[in-house]
Unconditional design. Structure first.
Length: 297
């Protein structure tokens, strides 16, 4: 369903008991709401949570923007202390999530974000702490330039475009790219990738929004000092074998947030494999229930 959130149109899906505590799921870079594993969604609902997921701006069925910002110019502006000339920043994307809660009449939520979504929920905890019961940042980082970058192979996979916008070219190219940073202990077959990538392509293939989201990431810079002020109960989950956002990014996130819990997972790369969904459910549900219990004391 479409809602008006933060003055733009956002596509939202709302699952589970309406009177249950809410978990707001925030997607990563260029990722659509359909990319959340069904096993994870079902497990959170079975645990009694109301689960809300949405398409970030410029992806899926949510509102699209205009402009073709240059990431190099964006970086230069940030380094010189100037405000970059880009359509939006990640603080706007964090405010979008709060707007989704407003549209659904939800006062507070547990927020869970993956990759860029982890950066967005970090900003929710920084800018909107009164709206959060807890925050879970998965396979994300702080924007700290001292954290090791992605492997060269993974960087190429993330930034290199498919030879054409045709469905089969996109599937083959995306499958090859994902193999560079997938979980080595939980690899998908080519058929599984073809289904996942094909479903996302058929729902909404919109590469024009990619650079705007990327520049929003660049423009936010280093969050380490801002994260030191976070008081929201925080869980950080990261794969030890992540080639895209290296494990040091998760360690830096947990180190930056006072009292954060850090969970490092063997064999996990930069994805949410079905084989790890039971563990993700255990961690997220345990963290959410623990934060509610602590708040009630």
């Amino acid at each position: 369903m479409q809602v008006k959130a933060n003055c733009i149109s956002i596509e939202v899906e709302d699952m589970g008991p309406k009177d249950g505590p809410t978990i707001l799921l925030v997607n990563g870079y260029t990722s659509q709401l359909i990319n959340w594993p069904k096993l994870l969604l079902d497990g959170l609902v079975e645990a009694g949570f109301r689960v809300v997921r949405y398409d970030n701006r410029d992806v899926g069925y949510s509102q699209k923007f205009e402009g073709a910002p240059d990431p190099r110019e964006t970086f230069k502006a940030v380094m010189s202390g100037n405000v970059p000339d880009i359509p939006y920043v990640m603080a706007d994307m964090a405010a979008d999530g709060m707007g989704v809660l407003d549209a659904l009449g939800i006062d507070k939520a547990h927020v869970v974000g993956v990759s860029m979504g982890g950066m967005i929920v970090q900003l929710m905890a920084i800018n909107h702490p009164d709206r959060l019961h807890s925050m879970t940042s998965i396979m994300s980082s702080t924007g700290n330039p001292d954290v090791p970058p992605a492997t060269e192979e993974a960087q190429i996979a993330l930034n290199e475009a498919a030879p054409s916008d045709g469905r089969e070219d996109v599937i083959v190219h995306s499958t090859k790219g994902r193999r560079t940073y997938e979980s080595p202990a939980y690899r998908k077959t080519d058929t599984e990738y073809a289904q996942l990538i094909g479903e996302a392509y058929d729902r909404m293939f919109y590469p024009a929004g990619y650079m705007r989201q990327y520049c929003a990431i660049v423009a936010d810079g280093n969050r380490v000092e801002r994260l030191k002020s976070v008081t929201v109960p925080t869980l950080v989950i990261h794969g030890k074998d992540d080639n895209l956002v290296r494990v040091e990014g998760g360690i830096d996130t947990a180190r930056s947030v006072p009292g954060a819990q850090l969970e490092l997972i063997e064999g996990m790369g930069h994805d949410l494999p079905d084989g790890l969904c039971p563990r993700f459910i255990e961690l997220i549900v345990g963290h959410a229930r623990g934060s509610l219990a602590a708040a009630a004391d």
